[in-house]
Ligand binder design. Structure first.
Ligand SMILES: N[C@@H](CCC(=O)N[C@@H](CS)C(=O)NCC(=O)O)C(=O)O
Length: 158
């Protein structure tokens, strides 16, 4: 069974639509963004960036927590072997557009979930920037030590 933490907001809908489309069994946990539930410790343990959507997958030997809507879409596609082209060219045609969306409109839009409260939007962005800076430090450290330069470590480096 998969737990879905989400709210009635566009980034959340992506995960819900994928779960529905794939016919997967899931339990919905609504997160009240206006009440700030996404900043509670229990939620931040699931996503340190304090944003929906998040899934927790209990099917399998280990409990998997996945945040970021794009990662959730790719995970669900890989888990089920559906929704993604099987060939390398086809997969990367999809992945490049998912990356473009994650780095652009979806994130900008999501950080201003409450248009009437610009200060809240700034706080959401400030949290993301802090997290990026700490990811950058981890990335530089790993590269300098000559350890594995996996995409997580390389992506925040510049
Ligand atoms: N890049 C993230 C963006 C997620 C996002 O920004 N979600 C918004 C709702 S659409 C959110 O949780 N905002 C938190 C807030 O307003 O405090 C993703 O794709 O999952």
């Amino acid at each position: 069974m998969i737990e879905l933490y989400t709210a009635a907001a566009p980034n959340g809908w992506k995960a819900t639509i994928a779960l529905e489309e794939l016919g997967l069994d899931y339990e919905l946990h609504p997160v009240d963004l206006a009440a700030g539930e996404q900043r509670q410790e229990s939620f931040l343990r699931l996503n340190p960036n304090g944003r929906i959507p998040v899934i927790v997958d209990h099917d399998g030997p280990v409990r998997r927590v996945i945040f970021e809507s794009g990662a959730i879409l790719l995970y669900l596609a890989e888990k089920t072997g559906r929704l993604m082209p099987a060939d390398l060219d086809g997969r990367y045609e999809v992945i490049q557009w998912v990356m473009f969306q994650m780095g652009g409109g979806g994130d900008l839009g999501g950080s201003r979930a409450r248009a009437s409260n610009p200060q809240a939007s700034v706080q959401v962005w400030a949290r993301s920037v802090e997290l990026l800076v700490s990811e950058q430090a981890v990335g530089y450290g790993t590269c300098l030590e000559g350890d594995s330069t996996n995409p997580r470590h390389l992506s925040p480096v510049p």
